[in-house]
Write a protein of this length. Structure first.
Length: 141
C-alpha cells in the first residue's frame, strides 16, 4: 500500500460535511487515518457508476440484491469488497481481511480489517457492515 497522507473534507458517518466551530468546513488534516477510513467507506458503500469522475469505483454490492443468502453470495460480496479496496492501488490485497456471517435470511454481516503499517504503529483499521439483499442497503456499523 502506498503511503496514505491525504487531507480530505471531514464527513459525518451519514455522509454530511462537518462545519467547524469557526464556520469553516472541517477536514482530516490532523487525522490521516480518518481520511483513509472515509475512503474505505466510500468504496464499500458505492456502486459502479455512482461517481461520475470515477465510474469504476465501488463494491457494487447492490447488484447482489435478491440473491440467496448463501456462501456463494457471501463470497461474491467479499470479492467485490476486496476488489473495490485494491482498485487503483489504494490497498494491497495482502493487507485486507474480510470475514462474513449470515445474520438473517436477507442480511450478511461483513467484518473488514486492513493493516496500516505506514500510518500509525502497525494498527489495523476495522469496519463492520451489514448488507441487506432485500433492501439494497449497505449499513456501516
Amino acid at each position: 500500500m502506498k503511503s496514505y497522507r491525504v487531507n480530505d473534507l471531514l464527513w459525518t458517518w451519514s455522509g454530511d460535511i462537518v462545519v467547524g466551530d469557526n464556520g469553516d468546513l472541517s477536514d482530516t488534516k490532523a487525522e490521516s487515518v480518518r481520511s483513509f477510513y472515509q475512503e474505505v467507506q466510500t468504496r464499500v458503500r458505492s456502486d459502479l457508476k455512482d461517481w461520475q469522475l470515477h465510474p469504476q469505483l465501488g463494491a457494487d454490492l447492490s447488484s447482489l440484491m435478491g440473491e440467496p443468502n448463501d456462501k456463494t453470495t457471501a463470497e461474491e460480496g467479499k470479492t467485490r469488497i476486496i476488489n473495490a479496496l485494491i482498485k487503483d492501488g489504494f490497498c494491497d490485497r495482502n493487507r485486507i481481511k474480510v470475514r462474513y456471517m449470515p445474520v438473517s435470511r436477507h442480511h450478511i454481516y461483513y467484518d473488514i480489517g486492513i493493516t496500516l503499517p505506514d500510518l500509525r504503529y502497525d494498527e489495523e483499521l476495522k469496519m463492520s457492515i451489514l448488507f441487506s439483499s432485500m433492501e439494497q442497503t449497505v449499513q456501516i456499523l
